[in-house]
Design a protein around this ligand. Structure first.
Ligand code: ADP
Ligand code: MG
Length: 325
């Protein structure tokens, strides 16, 4: 659906050269919600702007629905962009236009007849649950309502891809959840593919199927959240379990951090350890996070006994990721 291959973007020249994207390769599958997460300045906006050619990559290839974007003529590009909607952190609404007129904007550009256009605008406002604000101006709306207008406008020409650049970063946590739920619902009901960039781990945790970590223009990690969180020391694991405290392990004991994903979180692992290997097990810390429909947990324990190495093998054989102190 979106295939980004060896993309580089260099801003400036000579001494002032800046590699905003440094050999980025990733593929977003049809119907997927793909998150790109990373700190400010990582190159996230540049990446998403390269997908719809608001920014032209210095080198590399970007294919959307099989079409190479980097070599399109302006006219072809306008057509290709109708297959992609985009939403922004600050909504980018036109303040002198009503809600209806904002949503109608891309339809006017695409040359829709007035009756068809008006019907489509009503449909879109229903879709984002904002019908009662059809005649309001942006200044009369809350942040969440503004973003709903932004979403309706982005979907006006029935794109199959939605590009989202920090769409919830200006919203409070409650409103963020309602917008993320809306995106998830549109993903499910319309089969909308979503490429979403954010600096907020919470956003990724709530709706992304897969995620890439971008830093200094490079992809450091890429996979499902389950895969990444189970990699001790990964950016994703550290962000989801931020309060990494130093484990104080008693002399003679073996300290281990156990990462649980999905079904493993429901198994009576500690009881098995005690029973099978005749160990004393002390719990030193831990937490569980809901990630999408999954539970992901981290448990820090110390084990005392003669069969600690067998116990570690047992845990590994259960498919758990371990970090032994
Ligand atoms: P992010 O969205 O992850 O915060 P950006 O993609 O906006 O990061 O920026 C990545 C880097 O590229 C930053 O160092 C930024 O200053 C630089 N940059 C972005 N756009 C331009 C531009 N048009 N001209 C020069 N430098 C830019
Ligand atoms: Mg940005």
């Amino acid at each position: 659906m979106i295939a980004i291959k060896n993309v580089r973007k260099v801003f400036g020249e000579g001494q002032n050269q800046l590699h905003a994207l440094d050999d980025v390769t990733l593929t977003v599958e049809r119907g997927e919600i793909f998150g790109v997460v990373g700190p400010s300045g990582a190159g996230k906006s540049t990446l998403i702007r390269c997908v719809n050619m608001l920014e032209k990559p210095t080198s590399g290839s970007i294919k959307v629905n099989g079409i190479e974007m980097t070599t399109l003529t302006n006219q072809e590009l306008r057509k290709a962009r109708q297959r992609m909607g985009m939403i922004f952190q600050h909504f980018n609404l036109l303040s002198s236009r009503t809600v209806a007129e904002n949503v109608a904007f891309p339809l006017e550009i695409a040359g829709y007849d007035k009756p068809v256009l008006e019907k489509r605008v009503k449909e879109l406002l229903e879709l984002v649950d904002l019908s009662e604000k059809i005649s309001a101006y942006p200044a009369q709306l809350s942040g969440g309502q503004k973003q709903r207008v932004g979403i309706a406008r982005a979907l006006a020409t029935r794109p199959d891809i939605l590009l989202s650049d920090e769409a919830t970063s200006a919203l409070d946590p409650q409103t963020t959840i309602s917008i993320l739920n809306l995106l998830k619902e549109l993903n499910r009901t319309l089969g909308l593919t979503i490429l979403l960039i954010t600096h907020e781990m919470e956003v990724v945790r709530q709706i992304c199927d897969r995620v890439a970590v971008l830093k200094n223009g490079k992809i450091l990690e890429l996979g499902t959240l389950n895969e990444l969180v189970a990699q001790p020391g990964s950016y994703i694991a550290k962000s989801l379990f931020p309060s990494e405290e130093t484990m104080l392990v008693h002399p003679g004991a073996v300290g281990v951090t156990i990462y649980f994903v999905g079904d493993a979180a429901d198994q009576p692992i500690i009881a098995s350890l005690v029973r099978k290997f005749d160990l004393d097990v002390n719990i030193l810390g831990g937490s569980i996070q809901n990630v999408g429909n999954n539970r992901i947990g981290r448990l820090q324990v110390e084990m005392i006994g003669h069969q600690t190495s067998q116990a570690l093998d047992y845990l590994r054989n259960l498919g758990l990721r371990l970090e032994v102190i």
